[in-house]
Design a protein around this ligand. Structure first.
Ligand SMILES: [Fe+2]
Length: 367
């Protein structure tokens, strides 16, 4: 009988480096949207829909490790696993729920600084990056995007407790887990000052400073991606730049922007980025997103402000040229961003499966 494998088990195998062949059977154009790190691709989708194994009959797979088939929602991959079993005697497993379910998979990577340990919690199936910052027994979480239990488990293993849960801005690409996490652990729920939020929280603005163990979190006002966006700075470590500054790109300024507002926001973004790249160039940039699936390699996705400024090259040489460049390169709006934003404004969790709303890669960057 063909069996399925759950997202949690496959995530665990990849994290433990267990040898496994992940066989993605989707159309090539679907795979280009997002994929599982290290997976192999064979475009067998049309054949499988027509009831034949097609290219699966002669796809080579290593004989001594499990095979996991993957498609968009876990149905065609089930046919693929059955074909591999029946036609070739390969005991393949199908990823239950497919790439839609995989959007919740995550992994971590950590880096130590003098006063803090920073753990990057990466939603590998969507590219959302969140952070657990620990100094002694005090911890903070920035932009939580995976199940609150993940952060609670990570912090309990280091015998710390979460004092602050912070969002850098009102997210439009994923459902914020900040309110639920703060309620579960009794931490202060902190967001930048704005007039859109409809639930109790503590607001901060540029110039504010939060004490965290032996260090602090300084709030920098960095509008542009959204009007309220802030960056959190941990001295002698790095900046948590949300969707303002990525490792090789900048945040899009257009969501919820009507008329000429996108241009106004692009001009704000220029000023915000100019201030960020003028900070100590040795500070590390910890962005809110990455544009590719995150490997299970334990390597923190980061670069120094000096490196990132170098990658942006001449982007920041002229405000007018920057604005023209940004406005000409804005990607399509993320799916469901209006509904996601409204839920985040109200601090509500959807009654339906959250992956229905959050499906698809993030589209937060202009690069
Ligand atoms: Fe965003």
């Amino acid at each position: 009988m063909t069996q399925e494998i759950g997202v949690g088990t496959l995530q665990d195998w990849l994290a433990r480096k267990k040898p496994v062949t992940v066989l993605d059977v989707r159309h090539v154009e679907d795979r280009e949207q997002w994929w599982i790190p290290g997976s192999r691709h064979v475009d067998a989708y049309k054949s499988l829909k027509e009831g034949s194994a097609g290219p699966l009959l002669d796809t080579s797979v290593p004989p001594d490790q499990p095979v996991v088939t993957v498609c968009g929602s876990g149905r065609v991959s089930l046919s693929a696993a059955k074909m591999l079993n029946e036609k070739r005697g390969i005991p393949a497993l199908s990823l239950h729920g497919g790439m839609k379910a995989w959007s919740l998979a995550w992994n971590t990577a950590s880096r130590l600084f003098a006063a803090v340990e920073i753990t990057q919690v990466r939603r590998t199936g969507k590219g959302c990056l969140s952070y657990l910052i620990r100094s002694g027994s005090a911890a903070a979480v920035i932009d939580p995007s995976v199940d609150p239990e993940v952060y609670l488990s990570l912090v309990s293993s280091s015998r710390a407790s979460i004092r602050y849960v912070l969002d850098t801005h009102l997210h439009a690409d994923h459902l914020s887990r900040a309110r639920r996490l703060a309620e579960m652990c009794g931490a202060d729920l902190i967001l930048p000052r704005q007039d859109r939020l409809r639930y109790p929280h503590r607001h901060v603005a540029g110039g504010d400073n939060l004490t965290l163990g032996a260090t602090s979190i300084k709030v920098l006002s960095t509008p542009g991606h959204t009007g309220e966006s802030v960056t959190y700075l941990v001295p002698a470590a790095g900046i948590f730049s949300g969707d303002t500054l990525f490792l090789a790109g900048v945040g899009r300024p257009d969501l919820h922007a009507g008329g000429t507002e996108a241009e106004t926001r692009a001009r704000q973004l220029f000023g915000s980025l100019a201030r960020l790249v003028s900070l100590d160039e040795g500070l590390m940039v910890f962005p809110g997103h990455t544009s590719e699936p995150v490997p299970f390699d334990g390597k923190v996705l980061t670069a120094s402000i000096g490196e990132v400024a170098g990658r942006l090259g001449g982007w920041l040489a002229s405000e007018d040229a920057f604005v023209a460049r940004i406005l000409a390169r804005i990607p399509p709006a993320p799916p469901n961003y209006l509904v996601i934003s409204q839920l985040n404004e109200r601090g509500e969790w959807p009654e339906s499966d959250p992956t229905d709303l959050e499906a698809g890669a993030n589209r937060c960057a202009v690069s």
